[in-house]
Structures are given as structure tokens and as C-alpha cells.
Design a protein around this ligand. Structure first.
Ligand SMILES: NC(=O)c1ccc[n+]([C@@H]2O[C@H](COP(=O)([O-])OP(=O)(O)OC[C@H]3O[C@@H](n4cnc5c(N)ncnc54)[C@H](OP(=O)(O)O)[C@@H]3O)[C@@H](O)[C@H]2O)c1
Length: 240
């Protein structure tokens, strides 16, 4: 059972892609799940869209088929990183039930579905890392479904810790601050002046680079002492 495996969602870009690079440097085989592929060599990609509630029915067989060459004993040490997410602009006053359900599907329910696909083959020494947000523990205006889903992810992580007690699988939730990715840039309409204003609210005066998060995700996935932990990684945010 020596093969080390990373299964990650949203490894095609941003923080997820940087995590893939870091785990590969450490000798991991990588299975990525996203709609478009990760462009790094030797990554196995499954093109799956987790926005459909029934995605897991088709995904289960595909995932087990992809992993089986790396798991001659039928199980392995797996780092499972729930990273894919959707960020909408919405408000308590106008969010529709359907939009709420759609965001919860990708950000919260899909991770739970993927846990159930993989837990039967996750050996002692495995890890489940959830990628939350600074908005897992606070709120800003205009991000109702995202804030709610990221708070829920902390609950899912804590339930994971309790329900897997004694299994030798640890879990934690990383809460990134403002990171220089497509998600953040698109959210501010690719407006550099807004990005500069955001950076001025960080004690280091800059955005986090995805590779910094990639290293931290690796660290969180490989240290069982970080079990049940909410881990903020934001370069320090200026309190106003
Ligand atoms: N950037 C920040 O400032 C920031 C701050 C706090 C937390 N975070 C969190 O960090 C994580 C990564 O964010 P990022 O900034 O790296 O975002 P990103 O660059 O937009 O990447 C998001 C990833 O999620 C995948 N994805 C989105 N919808 C999907 C779907 N329906 N099915 C399958 N895959 C899907 C995308 O792949 P495809 O498009 O190829 O499907 C992509 O690989 C997210 O959980 C985000 O909430 C980011």
C-alpha cells in the first residue's frame, strides 16, 4: 500500500492546480475531477460536472476504474481535497431557491457524495481536506449562498472528524483569504483597481499566490494532528 494518491476537485486551475503541482512534487499520483482538464503531465482527469445532483452515480465507477491501477490491494492512502466551488453574487433579499440549491450542490453536497464514493477505499493515513474560505466564519454583503455554503462546509468537516473517529483518517478545513485566481478576478469584474483595494486590506499588502495555498493544502493533508481543525490562511486581514 505504498502508492500515495491525491484525489482533488477543481484541479484544472487556481488553487487546485497549484495543489496538484505540490502533491506531484511529493510523489503523489493525481486524479482530478473538474469540467475542464488539469494541464499538468501525468494527471488523470475525469471530466465531470458536479452541479447535477445525480453526478455521483456515473462518477463512482469512473473514479474506481481510474484509481484501481494505483491500488493493487484495493485500498490506498488517499488525500481527498474538496476544492471546487461556485461563487455567485446574491443577497438574502433576492436569492432564489433554485440558485441556493445549485450552489449548495457544488459547494457542500458534492463533497459529501465524493466522501461516500471514496471512503470504502481510503486506508489508514488518508485525509479529507475541505477548502472553505475566510467566509466560512464571517460574512460580507452580496454573497449569501457562498457564505452559507462555506459555513456549512465547516460543519461537514466537524461531522467528518466525529464520524470517522478511530479510522486513522484525519480531516480539516482550510479557509483561504484573497488568492490571485480566476474566481477572485472574475468576481471583481477583472478590475485591477478593486484587486489593489482588496490587497490593501491584507496586512502584507498583496494577494496570496495559488502556490502558497498549494503548499499549505499539502501540509494540512499530511499532518494528522490537524484533525477537526479550521485553518485560516489569509496573510492577515486588516481589521477596520
Ligand atoms: N480565490 C480566492 O480568493 C478564494 C478565497 C477563499 C476561498 N477560495 C476557495 O478556494 C477554492 C478554489 O478556488 P479558486 O480561487 O482556485 O477558483 P477557480 O480558479 O475558479 O477554480 C475553481 C475550480 O472549481 C472547478 N469547478 C467549478 N465548478 C465546477 C463544477 N460544477 N464541477 C466540477 N468542477 C467545478 C473549476 O474547474 P472547471 O471550470 O474546469 O470545471 C476549477 O478548477 C474554492 O473552494 C474557493 O471557494 C478561494
Amino acid at each position: 500500500m505504498s502508492t500515495k494518491i491525491l484525489v482533488i476537485t477543481g484541479g484544472s486551475k487556481g488553487i487546485g492546480r497549484a495543489a496538484v503541482e505540490q502533491f506531484q512534487r511529493k510523489g503523489y499520483q493525481v486524479l482530478n475531477i473538474s469540467r475542464s482538464p488539469c494541464d499538468l503531465a501525468e494527471v488523470k482527469n475525469l471530466a465531470l460536472d458536479m452541479s447535477d445532483a445525480g453526478w455521483d452515480t456515473r462518477a463512482s465507477a469512473l473514479i474506481h476504474d481510474a484509481l484501481s491501477p494505483w491500488m493493487p490491494e484495493g485500498r490506498a492512502r488517499i488525500a481527498l481535497v474538496h476544492n471546487a466551488a461556485r461563487l455567485d453574487k446574491d443577497s438574502v433579499e433576492n436569492v432564489t431557491a433554485q440558485a441556493f440549491a445549485d450552489v449548495m450542490q457544488i459547494n457542500v453536497i458534492a463533497p459529501s457524495q465524493l466522501n461516500q464514493i471514496l471512503l470504502p477505499v481510503m486506508a489508514k493515513g488518508s485525509a479529507i481536506v475541505y477548502i472553505g474560505s475566510t467566509l466560512s466564519e464571517k460574512a460580507v454583503a452580496g454573497s449569501c449562498t457562498y457564505v452559507t455554503s462555506k459555513h456549512a462546509l465547516v460543519g461537514l468537516m466537524r461531522a467528518t472528524c466525529q464520524d470517522l473517529a478511530g479510522r486513522g483518517i484525519h480531516t480539516n478545513c482550510i479557509c483561504p483569504g484573497f488568492t490571485n485566481t480566476e474566481m477572485l478576478r472574475a468576481h471583481v469584474g477583472n478590475d485591477q483597481s478593486i484587486l489593489d483595494a482588496i490587497a490593501s486590506g491584507v496586512t502584507y499588502g498583496r494577494l496570496i499566490e495559488p502556490k502558497e495555498m498549494g503548499k499549505f493544502i499539502y501540509s494540512a493533508a499530511t499532518q494528522p494532528v490537524l484533525n477537526g481543525a479550521v485553518l485560516h490562511a489569509n496573510l492577515g486581514q486588516v481589521e477596520r
